[in-house]
Design a protein around this ligand. Sequence first.
Ligand SMILES: Nc1ncnc2c1ncn2[C@@H]1O[C@H](COP(=O)(O)OP(=O)(O)O)[C@@H](O)[C@H]1O
Ligand SMILES: [Mg+2]
Length: 499
Amino acid sequence: MISFKEISPSEFFYQHRELAGFSNPARALYSAIRELVENSLDACDGYGILPDVLIRITETEPSPSDIKEFEIYIKDNGIGIPPERLPRALGKVFYGSKFTLKQSRGTFGMGGTMSILYAQITTNKPLRVWSNTGNGETHYFELMIDIENNKPMVLKHKKFYPENWRGTAIKINMLGDYVRSSQKIQEYFRRLALFTPYANIVFEDPNGEVFAFKRSVDKVPPPPREVQPHPKGVDLELLRRVVQRSTSKTALSLLTNSFQRVGRKTALEILKMANVDPNKRPSELKMEEMMSLINAMKTYEKFLPPDPSCLSPLGKELIEEGIKKELNPQFVYALSRKPSSYEGYPFIVEAAVASDKTPGIKVLRYANRIPLLYDEKSDVVWKLLNEEIDLKRYKIDEDEPVMILTHVCSTKVPYKTVGKEFVADIPEVEKEMKLALQKVLREYSLFIGKKVKIEAQKKKKNVYELYLPMIAKFAALLGETKTPNVSGLIDSVKVVDIE
Ligand SMILES: Nc1ncnc2c1ncn2[C@@H]1O[C@H](COP(=O)(O)OP(=O)(O)O)[C@@H](O)[C@H]1O
Ligand SMILES: [Mg+2]
């Protein structure tokens, strides 16, 4: 007899935790920290709040093994979680507030939840959370996840008021390995701080070391706005949902109200192409009519590209500011490309280049403002820098002390896995990334050119400084005259600084 069974999403991720970046105790600690930090940042800068995030890891009991139980405590000043949503937001896989067409660090309603699930299965201790949406009430919950049913179980719920703060604080206990993950975790915070110069981020590690990254600008990039889907990305499932949820009375108003970039004129043209009556009630559309509408939308050529207001790039100024704050380089140059799109999703590529202090090319990749640290070789940036772009053309060899930074932001970053570590080589993204990289590399090679010139001038000046006074002295001795003053001559050898 074959037996059939259904499993819940949390059961699935319980069994396949490596898919979400929780493959072993070292990687799990790294992933848990980053998912929690990213939730905190989303809850702040996604709403125009300057983030203050504290994260503290403590060893709960001394143990000789590298795999220990750690308590992770994180506190932010974000928008908080409404108490009626909180148990599900944190105790149910695939439940969250980010399933909208708007850029955020979270994507699947599972990152933070997965950290909580992993904590539970390794220590069997509940999640403790305090949250205040700014209305004077702090709600405290103790929660566990019913993994088989993908449901939160509330063990305790208390309310405290009046409490004058806003934000969320979370405590979990999990097994982790800080010995094998400390380097990656510290690197993660350094890269995160570099790309979030408007945030205060404090990380206290289990050895008592404090990594404090102070904000250097009081400016949050404009938060993204939620938008309607672009017609180029439509499929049958999307159209069916749009029809179900819409209150529009006619096919014409359905198109103009439920999609971006569709005005009355465009809608009429599409309906004509699809041979659908503009006055037809959406609920009465037949399957063939839906299919021909989808076809018409996919082949219509005159749509404006997707609305980029749902994106929140960091921008040239803040990228350069972040790099200066963390690296203090001699040279930095950043750019933000114009919005582009793939399959109806808008995206923006940003890139930067900076001189570094240690030899070697370093590549810092970001997506939706998250630093990506793993699987570098699977990323489109690696492909471009190693196979498509000839770095020698830019006077860069492998020892060049240079840092190259890339950022892709989109409502749907084409990650290849749910672990969010590398970006796929979608042709549109690849093309934009290539143009961005070529431009920053060109700027860098101009800087190298200037640097070489300046060094040559400095050398020349040093030689003059050394020998001219001696020559003057001997010449004077020979000619039995007074030694002439040569400082004017030396000063005439100019060394221009790199601006
Ligand atoms: N620190 C926080 N502040 C406010 N809301 C949060 C915070 N952490 C989690 N949430 C809420 O919980 C939801 C689930 O989080 P998570 O499992 O990480 O999934 P995702 O971030 O992909 O949506 C989020 O969508 C958000 O609504
Ligand atoms: Mg998340």
